[in-house]
Design a binder for this molecule. Structure first.
Ligand SMILES: Cc1cc2nc3c(=O)[nH]c(=O)nc-3n(C[C@H](O)[C@H](O)[C@H](O)COP(=O)(O)O)c2cc1C
Length: 385
């Protein structure tokens, strides 16, 4: 089976290097000389470049470097993935756009029509990352006061209706959250393929909803045994319903020609953090089981970068250097490829990779790491012969 590789598109700004934490690509930090998209002209004024121009560069680089598509995350501080994707579709050829969204914030019939239009306009390049939110103040930011399991109930019903109106001409549904009567997309729109559904969340409610609706169950990286166990549970649950579940991992890489160079990068980033920042947890109050699993990987206080090494080539401090999950892969090109091979052997069927800065690292990972995949599996086989 071929393995699909996606790249992350940083709709929350990007850093020119993992070594420092100010956003200097985009306008998430005050503009300084050297800032990109927007930059500063000779008079110190905004030079007119928009951040979408930079995202388009990343999407084109990732497409050329061998990635099949890009994940477009959705948080209160990001641009909106539904708006960003058609703009980027016009800047690329076959690159797919994985739109992250919380279903509860859209009407499912309207969302089906929007998605079918996007499929028509882009030649079927729409993919979803279905997220259900982490509760707490950021959930209320969206005006959503539902509790954790109710949100998953709503996600499941949303996908029932979304698929129902796409596939049937006169679909009716009487659920707790949605009620529709004799609805269906027009034949022109209904002829489009449903977007592939990727599904994020680690709670039991998430796994239950994923088993019903997901093409790919998606997880942040966790220690390999723990992740393999989660994938096995997810696959077994879907198999019990008569389906086959594919699983995927979202992971940051620091890949360099040698392992020493890779750790030097991480160490410099860690040493540039203030003491306060090193102690801080970026996660606010949340009911997310997935976020709690990431948080559990981090020791209370890390004085040195290597206090955060979780296993060979696995570092648990990424969330200190930028927003997002804690665990990522650090190593030489060969080691990074070998770790990805190991994840494939443990049940991963696809990946969303990321690196900072996203533009240059898309080229690096595409050119230096992806071509090495499969080699460690081959050498293991040869060693066994
Ligand atoms: C790979 C991955 C990507 C995610 N992306 C987002 C995102 O873009 N926006 C967001 O609000 N939550 C995101 N989440 C969190 C999900 O919203 C998830 O629903 C949340 O962690 C609560 O689910 P849980 O308690 O089942 O783990 C992501 C989670 C994973 C695993």
């Amino acid at each position: 089976m071929s393995i699909d590789f996606y790249w992350r598109l940083p709709t929350h700004g990007c850093h020119a290097s993992l070594r420092h934490s100010a956003y200097d690509r985009g306008d998430w930090s005050p503009l300084r000389p050297g800032n990109v998209a927007p930059g500063l002209d000779r008079d110190g004024e905004d030079d007119g470049h928009r951040y979408i121009d930079h995202l388009a560069e990343i999407a084109r680089a990732a497409e050329s470097a061998g990635f099949i598509g890009g994940l477009i995350p959705s948080f209160p501080n990001t641009d909106d993935p539904w708006v960003i994707s058609p703009l980027l579709a016009r800047a690329t050829k076959a690159f797919r756009f994985m739109i992250a969204f919380q279903p509860g914030f859209l009407d499912p019939v309207h969302a089906a029509r929007m998605s079918a239009s996007l499929q028509r306009a882009t030649g079927g390049r729409t993919v979803f990352n279905i997220i259900t939110g982490g509760g707490g103040p950021s959930q209320l930011w969206w005006g959503d006061g539902f509790g954790h399991d109710d949100r998953y109930g709503r996600t499941t019903e949303f996908l029932d209706v979304f698929k129902g109106v796409w596939k049937a001409e006169d679909f009716s549904y009487d659920g707790r959250f949605y009620r529709v009567q004799d609805e269906g997309l027009s034949p022109l729109l209904a002829a489009e393929d449903l977007p592939e559904i990727w599904f994020s969340g680690s709670s039991d409610a998430a796994l239950q909803s994923a088993a019903k609706h997901a093409d790919y169950y998606l997880s942040w990286l966790e220690p390999f045994d723990q992740l393999a166990d989660k994938f096995a549970r997810v696959k077994a649950r879907t198999a019990a319903l008569g389906g086959e579940q594919k699983c995927a991992v979202r992971v940051d890489l620091v890949a360099r020609p040698t392992e020493e160079e890779a750790w030097r990068e991480v160490r410099a980033g860690f040493e540039n953090l203030s003491d306060e920042r090193r102690r801080a947890s970026r996660a606010g109050p949340t009911d997310s089981v997935g976020a709690a699993r990431q948080q559990a990987l981090k020791p209370g206080e890390a004085r040195y970068y290597d206090d955060l090494i979780v296993a060979s080539n696995l570092w648990g401090g990424f969330s200190l250097l930028r927003g997002g999950p804690a665990l990522g892969i650090v190593g030489s090109y060969e080691q990074c490829a070998a770790r990805l091979d190991e994840l494939i052997a443990r049940g991963a069927d696809a990946f969303i990779l990321a690196g900072t800065p996203h533009l240059e690292e898309a080229w690096r990972v595409g050119e230096e790491v992806l071509p090495l995949l499969g080699r460690s599996a081959q050498s293991l086989l040869q060693a066994a012969e």
